[in-house]
Design a protein around this ligand. Structure first.
Ligand code: SAH
Length: 464
């Protein structure tokens, strides 16, 4: 029987959903962080569970043919990227297989059907520097120097790094300005242990098309009174080309939620603008926006192609956020109705419709599962209805799926960031009159284990 601290040689044959390599010793699975499929490695057993164990990578005896050097010097301890040491083509293959396996195992779809309808995953030509948003925690190192970087996986120890290779290069300049000024003005970083110190996090948003930059300083303060010190920092940040807004967010809570509820604009605007396709979006500091704008454009382009709108359809955009999909679809549909639970996001959605002079969208605040049921009973039924859903990881609420079945639109386009809950929801829809027609994964998060997916369902009788 395997025991803690045993050192064993294993060959990695598979990878877990969390990105750990999986190897077997006497048929007993070992989960090894940072090991890649194909590696033969010496590993040390850390924790033995009933049916599996966790082990630490000690030495790679024979590297996998899929192994590449990490671009980032702190890839392993940071843990933000889980699979940076696997060659990108293999990452894509693994992600596609993960989606297909979930559709098979959880969704109950047959191998033959999936072989026929699953289209090849959409990867990036350059899978680095793709993120439009970054958030860096601030702290103090043992020698008393200000430090920023990333939390070492699952801890709150900051590993110094101002240049995450997934983020844009400008992040580093912003962070260095902030750190220099903090040192010069003796402004203290927040200390989680004592709740003292001022600067907690720095958030940076960047518009890939517009090149606009917004910096949000998350401060352990009630308001801006007494923050005279920050004025010189603002002057320095203003000099950076593209800077359009400097905002503070107030967070005095003793927890690890990054943002507090209120913001104040110190200079410029409290949003950046950017484009997905020809639609302009205003993105305020607190709103959700996809982090990879280039791949988002491809994802929503595919969703639109799957919907194959002719111009007379009414589209329901459930979980619409700031209206990204609704506005993107509005150019091809008769009308689009968006539903989202966060009121600020709906305000942004309405504002985004206005600045793009789009007049065929309506947005509602509320839970998708509640609002769709109410609305579709109230509105007159159109000849063609299309429902688009883009839920968070936990997938769609059962009530929403039941309502969709009841209203019975010709097409459902399901955009998902979690193929396990996607498979569960598709199983329900396909057990209730729908057929799965198209599936395609899109890699919005290279170097991580996450993957987006777009699927098309149509009413079964529609194709007969
Ligand atoms: N389609 C948008 C947002 C997708 S993220 C975009 O591409 O930008 C999922 C969104 O669902 C978030 O904005 C979240 O606030 C919202 N949400 C979560 N639960 C919800 C619910 N029950 N009803 C409606 N919206 C919900």
């Amino acid at each position: 029987m395997m025991q803690k601290n045993d050192v064993i040689e294993v060959t990695i044959e598979d990878m877990s959903a969390a990105g750990e390599g999986i190897g077997k010793a006497d048929g007993f699975p070992l989960f090894v962080k940072d090991a890649i499929i194909g590696d033969t490695a010496k590993v040390k057993v850390m924790k033995v569970k009933k049916n599996y164990a966790y082990a630490r990578l000690m030495e790679i005896v024979m590297p996998s043919v899929f192994r590449v050097p990490a671009k980032c010097p702190i890839a392993r301890p940071c843990g933000g990227c889980q699979i940076q040491e696997m060659v990108y083509e293999k990452q894509l293959e693994w992600k596609e297989t993960k989606v297909v396996n979930n559709l098979k195992r959880i969704g109950g779809f047959s191998e033959e059907l999936l072989k026929e309808i699953v289209e090849p995953i959409v990867g990036m030509e350059k899978p680095f520097r793709y993120r439009n948003k970054a958030q860096f925690p601030f702290g103090t190192d043992r020698s008393g120097k200000i430090v920023t970087g990333f939390y070492a996986g699952r801890t709150h120890n900051i590993i110094a790094n101002t240049d995450c290779p997934l983020g844009v290069e400008i992040n580093q300049r912003v962070l260095e300005h902030v750190m220099d000024y903090m040192e010069q003005m003796q402004i203290k970083a927040y200390d989680e242990e004592t709740g003292s110190g001022l600067v907690r996090h720095v958030l940076i948003r960047y518009g890939f098309v517009t090149k606009e930059i917004m910096v949000c300083l998350v401060l352990n303060a009630e308001d801006t009174t007494g923050l005279k010190q920050v004025e010189r920092l603002i002057e320095a940040l203003m000099q950076i080309e593209g800077m359009t807004g400097i905002v503070v967010n107030f967070n005095q809570k003793r927890n690890n939620v990054i943002l507090g509820a209120s913001c104040e604009t110190l200079w410029g605007q409290n949003y950046i603008t950017d484009y997905i396709g020809s639609i302009q979006y205003q993105i305020s500091s607190l709103s959700f926006f996809q982090v990879n704008p280039r791949q988002t454009e491809r994802l929503y382009g595919l969703a639109l192609a799957y919907a194959d709108l002719k111009g007379h359809e009414r589209v329901w955009d459930m979980y619409c956020g700031i209206g990204t999909i609704a506005l993107f679809f509005s150019q091809k549909a008769k009308e689009v109705i968006g539903v989202e639970v966060v009121p600020q996001a709906i305000e942004d959605a309405k504002e985004n419709a206005r600045i793009n002079k789009i007049e065929n969208t309506t947005f509602y605040v509320g839970k998708a599962e509640v609002v769709l049921l109410q609305l579709y009973h109230e509105v007159e039924r159109q000849r063609e209805e299309v429902v688009v859903v883009d839920p968070p990881r936990k997938g769609c609420d059962k009530k929403l799926l039941e309502t969709i079945v009841e209203m019975s639109p010709e097409k459902v386009v399901y955009v998902s960031c979690d193929s396990a809950t996607l498979a569960r929801d598709l199983k329900f829809l396909c057990g209730n009159g729908y057929g799965l027609r198209r599936v395609r994964a899109v890699d919005l998060f290279p170097m991580t284990v996450h993957v987006e997916c777009v699927t098309l369902l149509t009413r079964s009788e529609a194709t007969q």
